[in-house]
Design a protein around this ligand. Structure first.
Ligand code: SF4
Length: 486
């Protein structure tokens, strides 16, 4: 079979140039263009790099420079001296295969459409065995920091190389390394205030949406496990959320051991529901002095036999009490969760129907049974009060379970109104309060509602901690300085 190569477009004539439509696959397709395209690149004024910085060039940075055309575009030539004009740098590809697809570039007198591969050294092409990989057969240009050797495509054609070394402002690289090598909690915390508010707000919108999207994957996985049972899936996520990080794992195992429809059969009997949860949690083992746990134990023994239940094995999960405020003890949370399940085992449809935030919040206005008013654990009296789920905890459940489910349901069923309602609820709930949010507040970021704080958590966990400053709108702005992308 004849080997495929990047499509050569007609040779340029002064008055008739080529135009190219790029196919989605990155295969070159020719068309007609009437005029040369001038990308409007900015003049690059070389600056100084601190001598203390000993940067190592990265492919990631070169991709950034190529994507935003942050190099001197004047008189570009390949390493063989052919003039290069970039009409389109291509679409960045984060999966396997060439770094950019659908690029449109004139090399010499010919306009090409195809892919662009980026490397620090041209010889990396060989190290990565691209010559043998058919995914790279449509590569039209090799963009390298250093052209240390000539390389060929798998059709044995020499691959034209464009060397970027000395073609971009060294201060770009300096600002980039300053960010990604910075050990601060938020590497750019001193520079954020200089970034335009519009950029920050647009980025927050995108991050908040991304966070909801990521939750979609997590929820979809549970839906697969439950044969698309929304109520059961919601119940499992809700239980996990009730563990509030420290006990999320045991809570999740507990819910899996006790299907929602079984609990629903006993929703009219508080003792039964609590017996089921405390019994399955393994917290009714041993001897008790108080009537209440003894009563639950008796009920559980009966229900256990009836349904063939087996409590979670003690070694499988560990309920954690250490370093928790007594109000957050798993005993208190299980009692509150039991109460919620008793009051509304059919919670998910009610969440979908909630018309406003007040209606939604009311669903989680719950308390534990009276025994817990003066207990945090069985058999030990403690001065206390009603164990109502606090506003912060209830909001946490809305933010992390109820609203994401509303959003995912709307998305899967293509009911935009539900997705919009989810976003509207998020923007009406006060932002979370935690150490991460406090630090963002100090850095000057907006934290006015849960929509913002969710975005900031996403930013910290998915970008700052991974030093993905080049993919962050704030980082991109800081690294580029006042330069506008062309
Ligand atoms: S990822 Fe963005 S916000 Fe985080 S440190 Fe880098 S530039 Fe700053």
């Amino acid at each position: 079979m004849k080997k495929k190569t990047p499509r050569k477009l007609k040779k340029d004539k002064p008055e008739v140039r080529k135009r190219i439509i790029s196919s989605g696959s990155g295969t070159a397709v020719p068309l007609q263009v009437t005029k040369s395209v001038h990308p409007g690149y900015e003049k690059i004024i070389p600056g100084k790099v601190s001598p203390a910085v000993k940067p190592t060039m990265t492919e990631e940075f070169l991709r950034f420079v190529w994507q935003y055309r942050l190099f001197d575009n004047r008189n570009l030539t390949t390493s063989d001296g052919d003039p290069v004009e970039i009409f389109r740098p291509g679409d960045s590809n984060t999966d396997s295969g060439p770094d950019f697809s659908n690029a449109r570039i004139r090399i010499g007198q010919t306009t090409w459409a195809g892919n662009v591969e980026i490397h620090v050294n041209a010889s990396d092409w060989l190290k990565h065995h691209h010559s043998e990989n058919p995914s790279y057969k449509n590569t039209i240009l090799h963009v390298v920091y250093k052209n240390d050797r000539k390389v060929k495509r798998n059709d044995a054609e020499l691959l034209p190389a464009l060397e970027l070394k000395d073609k971009f402002d060294p201060n770009l690289f300096h600002r980039y390394t300053n960010l990604v090598q910075n050990k601060s909690w938020i590497p750019c915390e001193r520079q954020i205030r200089g970034v335009d508010n519009l950029i920050i707000h647009q980025w927050i919108d995108r991050l908040s949406a991304d966070r909801l999207e990521r939750r979609t994957l997590f929820i979809t996985q549970t839906l697969e496990d439950t044969s698309n049972n929304w109520n059961e899936s919601f119940y499992r996520h809700l239980a996990r959320n009730f563990g509030f990080k420290v006990n999320s794992e045991p809570f999740q195992v507990l819910a899996r051991s006790l299907p929602l429809n079984l609990v629903a059969k006993h929703k009219d009997n508080a003792d039964h529901v609590e017996a089921l949860y405390f019994g399955q949690a393994g917290l009714l083992e041993g001897e008790f002095r108080d009537d209440y746990p003894n009563r639950l134990k008796k009920e559980y023994d009966f229900l256990r036999q009836k349904y063939g239940l087996r409590p979670i094995p003690a070694g499988a999960v560990q309920w954690k009490f250490m370093r928790l405020r007594p109000f957050n003890f798993p005993t208190v949370r299980i009692a509150q969760f039991s109460n919620l399940m008793m009051r509304s085992s059919n919670l998910f449809p009610r969440i979908l129907e909630a018309n406003d935030l007040r209606e939604l919040s009311t669903l989680f206005d719950i308390t534990a049974s009276p025994y817990w008013n003066n207990h945090f654990i069985f058999d030990t009296i403690a001065p206390g009060r009603e164990k109502r789920l606090g506003t912060g905890a209830a909001n946490n459940i809305l933010i992390n379970t109820a609203i994401p489910f509303l959003f995912v349901y709307g998305k899967k069923k293509q009911i935009n109104q539900l997705c919009n309602k989810a976003i509207d609820f998020l923007s009406k709930i006060p932002g979370e309060e935690n150490e991460i949010i406090d630090r963002w507040k100090i850095a000057g970021m907006p934290v006015k509602n849960a929509f913002c704080t969710q975005a900031l958590l996403e930013l910290k966990n998915e970008y700052c901690d991974k030093r993905k400053c080049l993919s962050c709108s704030i980082g991109s702005r800081i690294i580029r300085g006042n330069r506008q992308s062309s």
